[in-house]
Ligand binder design. Structure first.
Ligand code: 26Q
Length: 818
C-alpha cells in the first residue's frame, strides 16, 4: 500500500512542470519538444484539473461521511467565464505555474488568454450564480449546483457596419478540460403521454405513461474554494437519446430515420435561450426546464436514499434553492415523485415540499413574470398539470378561509390565470410552495412587498426576506486586477481580506496618505494602459490615458438607459463643437466606452447599438474634437472582457430608471476596483450610497417614489431644451440613418418617454459635470476611489451566502481536512 500522502500531486514548480510535459505528450498528444501556446494551455489546464479532481474527491467523500444538510442550487444559467485563472488563484498555485511555464519558454498570462469563456448564461442572474458558487466553496458549505450543459452558450455578438449580428457560440469545439463526463451517472427523463388511474394495495394511484424518454448524462465541474481544500460540484446535464429503447427496423430507410429521430433528443440541451423576458411559452424552453429539474431531483433523491430509509428527515438533509422561476417545476416534480413513486400521502408530501424550497426572484416588472400556457404544459407534462391544479385547489380553499370570497384577490393570487390563454403563473406557484421568498436588494424586496407580490406579503409576511446580491472578490479583484490586489494586501499588511472582505475597511485610514495615492494612481494607470491597448487593437482608435475612462457595460435594455448615455455624449460633442477654441482647453477629456448584447429579437436594443456606432463614427473622426471625446463600443461583451475593462475604468454608469433594476451587480465590481459610480438611486446602488456616502459618488435622477407622478406629468414640462436639441440632431440625420432612428426618437419624446430620459436629462448632465469637476482634482478623485474600494465589503457574495446559509437554507460549513 502507498502511504496516503503519496497520492497527492505536488504543487512545486518542478512537479508542475513534469505534469505539464506529461500532459503535452499523453493528453494533447504533441511532442514535448514542440508545442504551441494553445497546446501548452491545454496541458496546463489538465495539470490543474488533476489537482481539482483530488480535492473534489476528498470533499465529496467527506460530505458523504459527515452527512450534513446540503444545499442544492438549481439554476438554468451559470456564467462561469474562464476557469484556469480562477482555479490557479483558488488553489494558490499561480506563481508556481508561472515559474514552471517560464522555464519551458511560456508566459502564464499569454496561456490564460487562450481559454474561451464558458458562457452558459445571459447576464446578471447567471454571473451571480457563478459568484455564489465561488463563495459556497470558499466558505466550506456542503453545496451542489445543478444546471444544463448547453452545447451553444450565449450567442457571440459580431458588429457589421454598426449593426449587431448573432453567431453561435460553439464553446466545446476545442474540448473542455474543466468538466468530467460521467457516462454512468444518467437518468431517464419522461415527456408527453397520458396519465392512468391504477389500484395499488387497495389504494388508487396515478401512473404516468410517457410518450417519449430522453436520457440525462451528468458532467461535473469542480469549483474550488479559496484557501481551503473544499471543492464543490457543479453538475450540468446533457441530453442523449434513451439507451433503453429497442429499435425495430424493417428496412434501411426505417433504421436510418429511427436513428436520426432519436438523435433529436440532443436538441433539449442544445442551446441557451437569450434573455428575452417577453419570449415565453416555447415548448423547447419548457422541455429544458423539466429535463434539468427531473434529472437533478432523481440525482438528489438517489443520494438521499443512499443512507436514509424514509423521507421524514428529507427536510433536515436537503435545501433546494430556486434561482428565479426557471427551475420552479421542481416543486411539482417533488410532489409527483413522493406521491406517485414513493407512495407518500398527499399531506405528508406537501409538508416536505413546503419545508425544502426557497425562491429568489430577479425581476421587478410584473409583466416579466413567467407564465406557461396550460395547453402546452398539459401536453408535455400531463401529470404535472394535474398536480398544479390540486395544489391550487388546496391553496384557494385555504385562502378563502383567510380572506373570504374576495374574488378579485382570489383570482389575482391564483396559480392559474384564466384569460384568453389560460396559463400557469410560475411565480405564484413558487411562492405558494416555498418557505422563503427573497428579492436581490433591499429596494427590490420592498417593491415585491408593496407592489409585485403585495397580496402574498399580506398573507405570509414571514416568508419574505431580502438578500442584497454580492460578487466574489476572488475573481473581481484577485484574478482580474492583480496589481490592485497586491497594493491592498501591502497596505493592509495581510492577504486575509481575500477571505474576509470586511478587512477592506482598513483602507479608510490611509485614504489621504500621499504614498498610497501615488501607488494607487500608478496601479490605475497601468490598468488603463492595458485597456487602451485593447481598444486600439480592437477598434483602431488611439485613446489618451489622461482622459477619463467612462464605462457603461451591461445587457442593452431600454430601462438601463444606454440611450440616455448616448444622448448626453451627443450633447457633450455639440458643446465642444460650439465652443471657442480657447475654451476647449478647459474641457475634461473623456473616453466613453459602451458594451453589451441585445437579445436577438429586441429591435429597440439593436437600434441603440447602431446609434452608438453612428455617433462614434462621427465623433471619432472629427478633427475639432480630437482627444477631448472618443466613443468606443466594445463588441461581444462577456466575463473576460469585463475582467479587462472594469479595472481600467475611472467612472462607471448605472443609470436605470429608478425602480427597474432589481439589484445590479456590475456596480459592485466597479466599486471594489476603485472606480467611481455615476448612478441613479436604483436597486443595490441605494445600499452603496449608505456604505460609501453620497459625497463619494455622482447621483442623479428621479427617486423611485417620484416615478409614477412624473409619468403622469404632461410632456411639455418634462424635458429640458438640451434634450430636445440632441434628439433633434438624431432626427435630422446628423448621424445618418434618419429613418431607422426615427422610432428611437419617438420613444423618448412626448408622452411615450416611459423610462423618463427627458425628465432625468438635466440632472444627469449636472452629475456628469460634477464628475468632470472632481476629475480635475486628481487627489480628491484618488481619495474617492480609495474610499470606494474600502467601502465595498458589504457587496461580497461571501456576505450574501452567509446570510442565505443562516436565515434561509439552515446549512453549516463542513470543512474537509487539508
Ligand atoms: C425568460 C423566458 C424565456 C427565455 C429567457 C428568460 C430569461 C432568462 C434570463 C429571463 C430573465 C433572465 C435573467 C434575468 C436577470 O439576469 N436578472 C438580473 O438579475 C441580477 C442578479 O440578481 C440583478 O442584479 C439584475 O438587476 C437583474 O436584472
Amino acid at each position: 500500500m502507498f502511504a496516503l500522502m503519496d497520492r497527492f500531486l505536488s504543487n512545486d514548480p518542478v512537479s508542475l512542470q513534469k505534469d505539464i510535459l506529461d500532459h503535452v505528450e499523453y493528453t494533447v498528444a504533441r511532442s514535448r519538444f514542440s508545442f504551441d501556446d494553445f497546446e501548452a494551455y491545454q496541458a496546463l489546464a489538465h495539470s490543474v484539473r488533476d489537482r481539482l479532481i483530488e480535492r473534489w474527491h476528498d470533499t465529496q467523500q467527506y460530505f458523504k461521511r459527515k452527512d450534513p444538510k446540503r444545499l442544492y442550487f438549481l439554476s438554468l444559467e451559470f456564467l462561469m467565464g474562464r476557469s484556469l485563472s480562477n482555479s490557479v488563484i483558488n488553489l494558490g498555485i499561480r506563481d508556481q505555474c508561472a515559474d514552471a511555464l517560464s522555464q519551458l519558454g511560456f508566459e502564464y498570462e499569454v496561456l490564460a488568454e487562450q481559454e474561451g469563456d464558458a458562457a452558459l448564461g445571459n447576464g446578471g442572474l447567471a454571473r451571480l450564480s457563478a459568484c455564489q458558487m465561488d463563495s459556497l466553496a470558499t466558505l466550506d458549505y456542503p453545496a451542489w449546483g445543478y444546471g444544463l450543459r448547453y452545447q451553444y452558450g450565449l450567442f457571440r455578438q459580431v458588429i457589421l457596419d454598426g449593426f449587431q449580428h448573432e453567431q453561435p457560440d460553439y464553446w466545446l469545439n476545442f474540448g473542455n478540460p474543466w468538466e468530467i463526463e460521467r457516462v454512468h451517472v444518467s437518468y431517464p427523463v419522461k415527456f408527453y403521454g397520458t396519465v392512468e388511474e391504477e389500484t395499488l394495495n387497495g389504494k388508487s394511484c396515478k401512473v404516468w405513461l410517457p410518450g417519449e424518454t430522453v436520457e440525462a448524462v451528468a458532467y461535473d465541474n469542480p469549483i474550488p474554494g479559496y484557501g481551503t481544500r473544499n471543492t464543490i460540484n457543479l453538475r450540468l446535464w446533457a441530453a442523449k437519446p434513451d439507451g433503453q429503447y429497442d429499435m425495430e427496423s424493417y428496412n434501411t430507410g426505417d433504421y436510418i430515420n429511427a436513428v436520426v429521430n432519436r438523435q433529436r433528443a440532443e436538441t433539449i440541451s442544445c442551446v441557451l435561450y437569450p434573455d428575452d423576458r417577453s419570449y415565453q411559452g416555447k415548448e423547447l424552453r419548457l422541455k429544458q426546464h423539466y429535463f434539468f429539474v427531473s434529472a437533478s431531483l432523481q440525482d438528489i433523491i438517489r443520494r438521499f436514499k443512499d443512507g436514509h430509509n424514509n423521507f421524514d428527515d428529507f427536510p433536515e438533509k436537503v435545501a433546494l434553492q430556486l434561482n428565479d422561476t426557471h427551475p420552479s417545476l421542481a416543486v411539482v416534480e417533488v410532489m409527483r415523485v413522493l406521491v406517485d413513486e414513493e407512495h407518500l400521502g398527499w399531506d405528508q408530501a406537501w409538508n416536505i415540499v413546503c419545508r425544502i424550497f426557497s425562491f429568489t426572484t430577479h425581476t421587478v416588472l410584473p409583466e416579466a413574470l413567467e407564465k406557461i400556457p396550460v395547453d402546452l404544459l398539459g401536453s408535455l407534462l400531463p401529470r404535472h398539470l394535474q398536480i398544479i391544479y390540486d395544489i391550487n385547489f388546496n391553496f384557494m380553499e385555504e385562502l378563502k378561509k383567510r380572506i373570504g370570497l374576495d374574488f378579485n384577490r382570489l383570482s389575482q393570487m391564483s396559480i392559474v390565470e384564466e384569460g384568453a390563454v389560460k396559463s400557469i403563473r410560475m411565480a405564484n406557484l413558487s411562492i405558494v410552495c416555498s418557505h422563503t421568498v427573497n428579492g436581490v436588494s433591499r429596494m427590490h424586496s420592498e417593491l415585491l412587498k408593496t407592489r409585485v407580490f403585495k397580496d402574498f406579503y399580506e398573507l405570509w409576511p414571514h416568508k419574505f426576506q431580502y438578500k442584497t446580491n454580492g460578487v466574489t472578490q476572488r475573481r473581481w479583484i484577485v484574478v482580474s486586477n492583480p496589481s490592485l490586489c497586491a497594493l491592498i494586501s501591502k497596505w493592509l499588511g495581510t492577504e486575509a481580506w481575500i477571505r474576509d472582505i470586511d478587512l477592506l475597511i482598513g483602507l479608510q485610514e490611509f485614504a489621504a496618505d500621499a504614498d498610497l495615492h501615488q501607488e494607487w494612481k500608478m496601479v490605475r494607470k497601468v490598468n488603463k494602459m492595458r485597456l487602451a491597448e485593447y481598444i486600439e487593437a480592437m477598434s483602431g482608435v488611439k485613446v489618451s490615458l489622461d482622459a477619463m475612462f467612462d464605462v457603461q457595460i451591461k445587457r442593452i435594455h431600454e430601462y438601463k438607459r444606454q440611450l440616455l448615455n448616448i444622448l448626453s455624449i451627443i450633447h457633450r460633442y455639440d458643446c465642444i463643437k460650439n465652443m471657442e477654441k480657447t475654451q476647449r482647453r478647459k474641457v475634461v477629456p473623456r473616453v466613453c466606452i459602451v458594451g453589451g448584447k441585445a437579445a436577438p429579437g429586441y429591435e429597440v436594443a439593436k437600434k441603440i447599438i447602431k446609434l452608438c456606432h453612428a455617433v462614434a463614427e462621427k465623433i471619432n473622426n472629427d478633427a475639432d474634437v480630437g482627444d477631448l471625446l472618443k466613443l468606443i463600443f466594445v463588441p461581444d461583451y462577456n466575463v473576460s472582457v469585463a475582467e479587462l475593462v472594469i479595472p481600467g475604468a475611472d467612472l462607471s454608469q448605472h443609470i436605470s430608471t429608478a425602480g427597474h433594476e432589481a439589484s445590479g451587480t456590475g456596480c459592485m465590481k466597479f466599486l471594489m476596483n476603485g472606480c467611481l459610480l455615476l448612478a441613479t438611486a436604483d436597486g443595490s446602488t441605494v445600499e452603496i450610497i449608505e456604505e460609501i456616502g453620497e459625497e463619494n459618488m455622482f447621483l442623479f435622477g428621479a427617486k423611485v417614489h417620484e416615478v409614477p407622478a412624473l409619468r403622469e406629468k404632461s410632456s411639455d414640462h418634462k424635458a429640458p431644451l438640451q434634450f430636445s436639441h440632441v434628439v433633434r440632431m438624431v432626427r435630422d440625420g446628423h448621424f445618418g440613418f434618419k429613418d431607422y432612428f426615427k422610432s428611437l426618437c419617438d420613444g423618448v419624446e412626448g408622452d411615450s418617454d416611459f423610462y423618463l430620459l427627458g425628465s432625468d436629462f438635466a440632472s444627469y448632465l449636472e452629475a456628469q459635470a460634477a464628475a468632470d469637476k472632481a476629475f480635475v482634482d486628481q487627489e480628491k478623485w484618488t481619495q474617492m476611489s480609495i474610499l470606494s474600494t474600502a467601502g465595498s465589503g458589504r457587496f461580497s457574495s461571501d456576505r450574501t451566502i452567509e446570510d442565505y446559509a443562516e436565515t434561509t437554507w439552515g446549512i453549516e460549513p463542513c470543512k474537509c481536512p487539508s
